[in-house]
Design a protein around this ligand. Structure first.
Ligand code: HEM
Ligand SMILES: *[C@@H]1O[C@H](CO)[C@@H](O)[C@H](O)[C@H]1NC(C)=O
Ligand SMILES: *[C@@H]1O[C@H](CO)[C@@H](O)[C@H](O)[C@H]1NC(C)=O
Ligand SMILES: *[C@@H]1O[C@H](CO)[C@@H](O)[C@H](O)[C@H]1NC(C)=O
Ligand SMILES: *[C@@H]1O[C@H](CO)[C@@H](O)[C@H](O)[C@H]1NC(C)=O
Length: 345
């Protein structure tokens, strides 16, 4: 089998058919506007944005999915498109099969973007960059422009994708604060950045199996009404149903008196700092969310972001850029996939 390899440092123009052995850890030079002029007269970033916008106009739930996709791709083995790979005879258990990737979605958006870009300029735009652009664009859309930033590009796609790696690397919603801090530290993120990034849980939804531990959490850790009348009831309603992460996105009938705690936002399902306000009211879904107010080291940051939504928009954007720079291990085989769901042959 002939495997195409390249390093970040290599220009796409010098693609070689023969394998290159990469002896040293050359840092990837990611740059803002990397694709300018690389796809004829087509603007790569506009194609991504327009496609993301069209999908989200039709179905806003894809927005949360794309933000989560960026996190889950970049955290495991660096931003390498590994979350996108389907199982195959040579790789029967890719990342998307991990329990920690339950509910992963938005891959149809990535496929649509990739198809358009392969038509415009075959073999130029990596799936890893599409995931990052799409996550950035979804953040902008879901925050009505509040989270709006340039992100560097020039990533290449990997060929490694393991459900075991994903399970061992991604944080667990039932983890305590010590584990969460250690999990983020392992990727170079501070406890403050853990708090900042967790604010993404102001949008989207989760399966009961990821918060059923909260059904028996004490009153000091969760609003009892929320626990007994929203979470418990939802979990009994169907096999492993989903519930909105943000109380704002739960229907008023289910919410009952808790509706008075809702932090309104235009259009609902809105990426903003309401997560921190909900957290201070013990109205968040996961143990990993509550854990941030249960410890002094992180509580101060929860307070900071609950008070200042503009500050959160800015800091969240910065933290996403940092996430997007997580790189594949040195010496990894790199390529630009023809299709995002399978490695090239
Ligand atoms: C702090 C550690 C984190 C844990 C333990 C965690 C865990 C989870 C879990 C269990 C779900 C629900 C999946 C399901 O049941 O379908 C979820 C959803 C989500 N997470 Fe996280 N997460 C964390 C951090 C993050 C970060 C850093 C981001 C992005 C910056 C993020 C973005 C999201 C989004 C947007 C959703 C909703 C997805 C959707 O509705 O499609 N999470 N998270
Ligand atoms: C872009 O390039 C294509 C093919 O080279 C050409 O057919 C098309 O007219 C150009 N479009 C614009 C807006 O310049
Ligand atoms: C991929 O996994 C699915 C579900 O487990 C299975 O039905 C399918 O046969 C697998 N495909 C390959 C190519 O291994
Ligand atoms: C957190 O800070 C409060 C007030 O400053 C203090 O009473 C409490 O003991 C601290 N808790 C921990 C676990 O350090
Ligand atoms: C909120 O944060 C922004 C950005 O740092 C800052 O300019 C603004 O003054 C802060 N607002 C308040 C009320 O502290």
């Amino acid at each position: 089998m002939k495997v195409f390899m390249a390093v970040c440092m290599l220009a796409v123009a010098v693609r070689l058919a023969a394998a290159i052995v990469v002896p040293s850890a050359a840092p990837c030079a990611l740059t803002v506007g990397f694709y300018n002029g690389k796809c004829g007269n087509v603007s790569v970033e506009s194609v991504v944005y327009d496609t993301v916008k069209a999908f989200l106009d039709a179905d806003k739930s894809k927005g949360a999915a794309l933000v989560r996709l960026l996190f889950h791709d970049c955290f495991v083995n660096g931003c390498d498109g590994s979350i996108l790979l389907d199982n195959s005879t040579t790789n029967p258990s890719p990342e998307k099969f991990a329990g920690a990737n339950l509910g992963i979605a938005g891959l149809d958006v990535i496929d649509a973007v990739k198809a358009k870009l392969e038509t415009a300029c075959p073999g130029v735009v990596s799936c890893a960059d599409i995931v990052v652009f799409a996550g950035r664009d979804a953040s902008r859309y879901m925050s009505n422009g509040g989270v709006n930033f340039d992100v560097p590009a020039g990533r290449l796609d990997g060929i490694v994708s393991s459900s075991v790696d994903a399970q061992n690397t991604l944080p667990d919603s039932k983890a305590d604060i010590g584990k969460l801090i250690a999990n983020f530290a392992a990727k170079g993120f501070t406890p403050e950045e853990l708090v900042i990034l967790s604010g993404a849980h102001s949008i989207g939804k989760a399966h009961c199996s990821n918060f059923d531990d909260r059904l028996t959490a004490p009153d000091s850790e969760i609003n009892a009404d929320y626990r007994d009348n929203v979470l418990s009831k939802t979990c009994k309603s169907a096999p492993n149903p989903t519930l909105a992460n943000n109380i704002r996105d739960i229907d008023a009938a289910t919410l009952g008196d808790l509706a008075s705690y809702v932090v309104p936002a235009v259009g609902g399902d809105y990426l903003d700092n309401s997560y921190y306000k909900n957290n201070k009211n013990n109205l968040v879904l996961f143990n990993s969310d509550w854990a941030l107010v249960g410890s002094n080291a992180t509580l101060q940051h929860v307070n900071e972001y609950a008070e200042n939504g503009t500050l959160w928009n800015i800091d969240f954007a910065q933290a996403l850029v940092k996430l997007s720079k997580l790189a594949m291990p040195a010496g990894s085989v790199r390529q630009i996939r023809k299709t995002c769901r399978a490695i090239n042959y």
